[in-house]
Write a protein of this length. Structure first.
Length: 566
């Protein structure tokens, strides 16, 4: 501490680049500060520091680290306490540019594996970004002293050194509960579970927090299940959705899409108080939508679209500007290639001609003039032949009743099981549309990305950078992810950007692996070495990263306009 204080006194008033001299490690009472990266000027990206706290000064109990989920949940809780302490800190370090900034990668409503706080065998590591104080482009050493010697110690006192063991134990117990629910789902072939009393609506389109005074979820009796989970006296009850084809129907504004949105977020786990903490979905569920204008590279969509005008090949379909139907077909096939076991589809974000073609349209436009085999003719085949379940929001076509295993109607935000009524309607009102069923290829898409797909070069340097949640700048191209709806956190996008850099640096595309095998290898790397394995300097500040799923990683690779396929 004294060494850092003296250095800051010595460089006070000097040019900003003199801050480089403080890189290194400094011992404080109860912790160590490592200054890993110093920004080049007050307006540049903030400096990166790590705070290392030995177990002797803040014990992390062995039982909190006994399995990975517990470790992630306890680290998540610590990151939230640090973020709260930063937001209430009296930080007087002001000046030009980012002077005085203190930032941690604050979690949202989801509990994700992050690099913000890392719990290791003998220590806890907190990663912060800070703006080193300046007046103009001169070092403000006194304000830097305040930052390091007053503000940061205060933040630590009010967070990691004051959080109770009881609070951390509750986080670890929530991890146990989520593990138990997932095991119950696996044992019973459920692809989703929604707890009775869950709050599904969100405050707004820009807030992921629960809507106050929302109608709590209440399962239909036909779908209600009850079971015990750890650390809870009463049984957990709610609606189970089994594998197969499930329709969510109902009038407009009655909660169909709200339920599906909760299910698409249910691939992740949520904090206590979110309202969806016991809403869980098959972790291999993928939201499918139309995505006009997206890049497609050599995807076999022939199961859905064939005989396009001008003889365009749909077994190796490529376009820089996909239509609604071709993009949705592509998204289905790519999800299957990445290993999806459940599809989540909302008619509101689907291409109508991809989803349905009724009897009257079939009569007017002959089949040999229509290249699209609608999803209704494939949905049951996908499940029967490939084991691919679907949960579909549908308010406009009763034709799907014929293929549905389960039909749930949302009525004023309450679910009602109307499966038997739907079957009776099918019997009473038979449709005369002709089904278009052709053989499905189990390995319809088995692509190998070539190394030159990763065009990171920009001028004399290689560059890849995330811009918010929905954009990655790679070399001279842009990867657009705004319609990848299960990418929920900016830090996941940053991790995908680092993954692109890692794939390039390690030559992982030179090894002639299919995309599915490549994703397996990436997940094994992250499981064994953690997210910091993607960082160029894994022993230092690993950056603000959160773990994405394999499906969102694949979505990025699939949307590269520079992609080349063997």
């Amino acid at each position: 501490m004294n060494k850092l204080q003296q250095l800051l006194k010595d460089i006070d008033g000097k040019g900003y680049k003199a801050y480089k001299s403080i890189q290194g490690s400094y011992s404080f009472h109860r912790y160590e500060i490592c200054v890993d990266y110093v920004q080049g000027d007050p307006f540049a990206s903030p400096s990166k520091i790590r705070i290392i706290i030995p177990n002797a000064y803040r014990q992390i109990k062995e039982e909190w680290k006994e399995h990975k989920q517990r470790n992630i949940y306890v680290a998540d809780h610590l990151a939230r306490t640090v973020a709260d302490a930063i937001s209430t800190a009296s930080n007087q370090s002001k000046g030009s540019g980012k002077s005085g900034l203190i930032h941690i990668d604050k979690p949202g409503q989801e509990i994700l594996e992050r690099t913000a706080v890392q719990i290791k065998d003998d220590k806890t590591v907190i990663c912060l970004s800070i703006g080193l104080p300046a007046n103009g482009r001169k070092i403000n050493g006194k304000q830097a002293e305040t930052l390091f010697l007053t503000t940061i110690p205060s933040i630590l006192r009010n967070s990691i050194f004051s959080v109770t063991d009881e609070a951390l134990e509750k986080s670890a117990q929530l991890a146990d509960q989520h593990v138990a629910i997932r095991q119950k789902m696996k044992d019973n072939n459920w692809i989703a579970f929604i707890q009775d009393g869950a709050i599904l609506p969100r405050q707004s389109g820009i807030s992921n927090k629960p809507l106050k005074q929302a109608v709590p979820f209440n399962s239909p009796e036909e779908n209600r299940v009850a079971f015990t989970i750890p650390h809870r006296e009463e049984q957990l009850t709610g609606m189970a959705i089994e594998k197969g084809i499930s329709l969510i129907v109902g009038g407009g504004y009655h909660g169909k899409s709200t339920l599906l949105e909760a299910l698409e977020r249910g691939v992740y786990h949520h904090i206590t108080g979110d309202g969806r903490e016991y809403v869980l979905t098959d972790p291999a569920a993928v939201k499918i939508r139309a995505e006009d204008g997206r890049q497609v590279t050599s995807v076999n969509i022939s199961a859905f679209i064939n005989d396009l005008p001008h003889g365009q090949d749909t077994k190796r379909f490529t376009t820089e500007n996909a239509s609604g139907s071709t993009s949705q077909a592509t998204n289905v096939v790519e999800a299957m290639e990445a290993g999806a076991s459940t599809l989540l589809i909302d008619e509101d974000t689907s291409a109508t001609n991809f989803m349905i073609r009724d009897a009257r349209m079939q009569a007017l436009v002959h089949q040999n003039k229509e290249p699209i085999t609608p999803f209704i003719d494939k949905i049951k085949q996908l499940y029967d032949q490939l084991g691919l379940s679907t949960i579909l929001v549908m308010g406009g076509s009763g034709d799907y009743f014929e293929v549905a295993d389960h039909v749930i109607m949302m009525d004023q935000y309450q679910p009602i099981n109307v499966t038997e009524q739907a079957r009776k309607i099918v019997a009473d009102y038979p449709v005369s549309r002709k089904k278009q069923i052709d053989e499905l290829d189990n390995n319809m898409n088995n692509r190998v990305f070539l190394p030159n797909s990763l065009a990171l070069q920009k001028g004399k340097k290689k560059k890849v950078q995330a811009k918010g949640r929905s954009t990655i700048m790679m070399g001279q191209s842009t990867i657009l992810l705004q319609d990848v709806e299960q990418l929920v956190d900016d830090s996941q996008t940053r991790a995908i950007a680092e993954l692109l850099r890692h794939l390039d640096a390690k030559g992982m595309l030179k090894q002639d692996r299919t995309l599915a095998t490549l994703l397996d290898d990436i997940e094994a790397l992250l499981d064994n070495k953690g997210l910091q394995a993607l960082s160029p300097f894994p022993e230092q500040h690993p950056g603000d990263l959160a773990r994405p799923r394999r499906f969102e990683m694949a979505a990025c690779l699939n949307r590269m306009r520079t992609a080349k396929i063997k």
